[in-house]
Design a protein around this ligand. Structure first.
Ligand SMILES: Nc1ncnc2c1ncn2[C@@H]1O[C@H](COP(=O)(O)OP(=O)(O)O)[C@@H](O)[C@H]1O
Ligand SMILES: [Mg+2]
Length: 233
């Protein structure tokens, strides 16, 4: 059997539950409701990755992303100046050619890690599900062609069991990681689940994670006991 190369996410605790990392070149959907730490996760994946990374946001301004990162002591500006990180914001309404733009940015710094934040925000101007699906599959092809290991972010709607906003994202991707808020004994906790990871014997449990002064950290041994859960979103 051919050994597969894995790319460490460098998110503390996560690589341990996915067999050492994401299979190289794969595209992973990161899904969660508002405030679950998706943007932090994406930035952490690039900042601590030992290879050039490209972050494209259709949401916050770049300065807001840098600010939030600096609250964890991460100096994004320094990585950008070194040419190993690029953060770009695009207005989804002005989007001419998202595919060319992504590919040009990847080539500019030879990025092998990419984060796209997020599907709903770039799909906002699209006519229907089939256009979202087609664009996603074209993005997928570009990322594969350039050997990028990537994360694409999607909001999951609150109070439903759906993983992603359009319900189309998860079917064309190599992996899915879900971030949730769990109400347990009247306290909200954060929990992460690996829903799908190609070629990987991953954990299927919900693992507690935290966002603290050092960033997002997963606890492989702390798992959620759903008998105590009142509600989750
Ligand atoms: N310095 C910090 N220390 C602890 N928690 C933080 C810090 N900065 C942000 N957070 C937490 O992260 C959340 C925002 O994370 P973010 O990745 O922007 O969420 P989203 O999933 O909406 O992209 C905040 O609501 C807060 O709970
Ligand atoms: Mg965000």
């Amino acid at each position: 059997m051919q050994k597969i190369n894995r790319v460490r996410t460098e998110i503390p605790g996560l690589d341990a539950i996915i067999g050492g990392g994401i299979p190289e070149g794969d595209l992973i959907l990161l899904s969660g409701t508002c405030g679950t730490g998706k943007t932090i996760f994406g930035v952490e994946f690039l900042y601590f990755g030992k290879e050039p990374g490209f972050y494209i946001t259709f949401e916050e301004h770049v300065s807001e992303i840098r600010n939030q990162a600096s609250s964890f002591g991460w100096d994004l500006k320094k990585s950008e100046e070194k040419g190993i990180l690029k953060i770009t914001r695009y207005d989804p309404y002005k989007l001419e050619d998202i595919l060319t733009m992504i590919e040009n940015n990847i080539r500019e710094i030879n990025a092998t890690r990419v984060v796209i934040d997020s599907v709903p925000s770039f799909a906002i101007h699209m006519r229907d599900e089939s256009e979202v699906r087609r664009t996603l599959s074209e993005i997928y092809n570009i990322l594969k062609k350039n050997n990028c290991t990537s994360i694409i972010i999607s909001d999951s709607p609150t109070e439903t069991k759906a993983i992603s906003k359009f319900g189309v994202e998860e079917f064309i991707l190599d992996g899915v990681i879900i971030l949730r808020k769990i109400l347990e004994r009247n306290e909200y906790k954060r929990a992460l689940n690996v829903w799908k990871m190609r070629l990987t014997a991953h954990s299927t449990k919900f693992h507690i994670y935290e966002i603290n002064k050092r960033g997002l950290i997963v606890y492989p041994k702390k798992v959620v006991d759903f008998r105590n859960v009142q509600f989750f979103t």
